[in-house]
Structure formats: C-alpha cells, structure tokens
Design a protein around this ligand. Structure first.
Ligand SMILES: [Zn+2]
Length: 333
C-alpha cells in the first residue's frame, strides 16, 4: 500500500509536468547526493541494486535535466555557498564489481563523474562485508526456514525471494543494534545453516578501480576498512578504520581521499571526531534528503536510489519524497 501511494503521488507530479516546471524555477543552493550500491544486468538481488536498464534511464534523465558534477566540486561549491541550480552528485558505496562491469560503461556513455566510497580492506582481501555475507548466503540457500537461538528461539521463513529479502533487511537492522559478540554469534548461526556462499568475489579489485580512475570520471572516498558498525569500536579500532582505509586507497591508486561515508549509515559524535582528526573534509550519511547550506559537513545527507520507475526517480532526486517522508506520509518507501 505504501509503495502504491508513493508511486501514485510520483506519477501525478511527474506526468502532470509539475516536476519539470519546478525544476526550471529552481534557484540553486541545494546539494543533491545520490547513493547507489549495485547495478545488475537483470533479475533480482537482495543487496540494494538498480537494474542496468533503469540506471541508463536515470542517467539519461540526469543528463537532460540536471547538472551532474563531481562530489569534490559539489563540496567545494557547498562550502562557498555557490551551488548552481539543479546540481547532482553520484556516489556508490562499498565497491561492488558491477560498478565496473555495469555502471561504469553507462557513466562513460553519458560522460558523468561519480565517486566511489570503498571499504578498502575488504577490496584488498576480496572479502564481503558482514551484511553482504548474510545477503549472499540467504539468497543462495535452498532452506525453507532458518532457526535462530535468540529471543527464545525464532524460526524465519525463507520460502520465496520476498521472504528472503524481508529476513535479510530485518536481521541486518536488528544486528546493527547489538554488541559485536552477539552479532558474531547470530552470524555464525545463520552461516552454519545456510553455508557460506561460494559465488565468485562480488567486490572490485584494484586493477578495475585503476581503470575507472584513469578515465578521469572517478573520485574516491573511504567507506572504512572492514565495514564495521562503527559506534561499537574502541578508540584504537576506530582510528584504524578511518586512517588506514584512506592510506590504503592512496597507496594503491594515488588518488586524493577527502571524504568518508559511514558504513550502514551508523555513527555518533565519537566517530565524527575521529573522522575530523584523520583530516577528512566531509562525511556522508544516507537519510534520503537534499542538503541546504546549513547542513553539517560531516553529516551530509544522501538519497538512496532504488530500482523504481523513472517517475519515482524524478521525484526522489527533486527532493519531493524526502519532503513527504518528513511529513510522515509514508516511511521507508
Ligand atoms: Zn556499505
């Protein structure tokens, strides 16, 4: 129902011409940062993904109606309070291989700059983040149910793709709230039943990143070393995640690393302090909103792009959906 309401409102605003009209009237002063994770050729994915077909349509739309600039330029203009109308920046988190195989050819086609926030330790070792381990194991399992010992013992149904997706979203949300040791325990329980996925590495390697870097379209940022839940880390662990992740990217690619994006959008004052100490110029949250000049540079919002029709994308980028979300018309569209 919520999705239906969202699509109905978006279709109305888009097809009536209201979105285009209000875009033409825009005066600037707004920084829109989009965040993607995976771009997949076709089919479904439990991890956040947009199909290549929809991604191409989205880029074509951005090229026609917006001014897509690099995030570095976006941040500079944000600081100078000099953002022209209809400014958009494109970012990707984590460092999935399909950013190279699927997204990059599309971005090259439209000559659009983009910034990739890498969990550089995972890239270095070809490993998956803890959330992606769960996604892959659950997506590929033939089990119909999964039993976990916590909360007095719960059985979760995994009989369809939809049930698997609901399980992953729910369990990952819950595991963000618990101590690292309990999270490890639950992870072990999940993986011992499903088995770890044997699919080839989903993550980029440094050669692929280098090829994208050489195109001149790519900017790089840090998304930590190992994609931890940062608020549970000790001072020493935090420091390692923010300092070494940047150092590794700079060693491998010789690229400037000015920004940090929070893994699982989880952070607190202590995490922000460590990021400032490590000389990052800015840090990115998600939150689904556009940024006005009073937004904290270390809590810049991004709009998470989902695999939705173009008329929903158009409303999302314009900032209509974040406005409606704030008014609590619907949650988590
Ligand atoms: Zn991430």
């Amino acid at each position: 129902m919520r999705k239906w309401v969202k699509r109905f409102i978006c279709a109305l605003l888009y097809f009536s011409g209201w979105i285009n009209l209000s875009l033409r009237r825009e005066k600037g002063g707004v920084l829109r940062i989009l965040v993607y994770h995976r771009i997949i050729p076709e089919g479904k994915s439990i991890s956040p993904a947009v199909s290549r077909k929809n991604f191409l349509k989205q880029l074509e739309y951005l090229k026609k109606h917006y001014r897509v600039i690099s995030l570095d330029e976006g941040i500079r203009r944000f600081k100078e309070k000099n953002l022209p109308p209809r400014t958009v920046c494109i970012t990707f988190d984590d460092g999935y291989r399909d950013v190279f195989t699927e997204a990059f050819p599309c971005l090259k086609k439209f000559n659009l700059p983009f910034t990739l926030f890498l969990s550089s330790g995972l890239i270095e070792e070809g490993k998956l983040s803890w959330t992606e381990k769960i996604n892959q194991a659950v997506e590929n399992t033939t089990l119909s149910f999964l039993k976990l010992s916590w909360k007095g013992g719960i059985s979760y149904p995994l009989r369809s793709f939809q049930e698997k997706k609901i399980f992953c979203e729910k369990i990952e949300e819950e595991l963000l709230q618990v101590s690292p040791s309990l999270r490890e325990k639950i992870m072990e329980e999940i993986l011992s039943q499903t088995g770890e996925s044997k699919s080839p590495s989903l993550m980029l390697n440094w050669d692929e990143i280098k090829k994208m870097w050489e195109s001149g379209l790519l900017g790089l940022g840090s998304h930590s070393l190992t994609h931890p839940v940062m608020i549970y880390l000790s001072e020493e662990e935090l420091k390692k995640e923010v300092v070494l992740s940047k150092k590794l990217i700079q060693e491998k690619i010789s690229a400037p690393v000015k920004g940090f994006s929070y893994p699982s959008a989880t952070f607190d004052e202590r995490v922000i302090e460590k990021i400032k100490e490590a000389d990052y110029e800015y840090a990115l949250d998600v939150g689904g909103q556009i940024n006005k000049y009073d937004q904290d540079l270390y809590q810049l919002k991004r709009i998470h792009i989902e695999d939705e029709p173009l008329y929903v994308f158009a409303c999302e980028v314009k900032g209509i959906l974040s406005f409606l979300r704030r008014k609590i018309v619907f949650k988590n569209p």
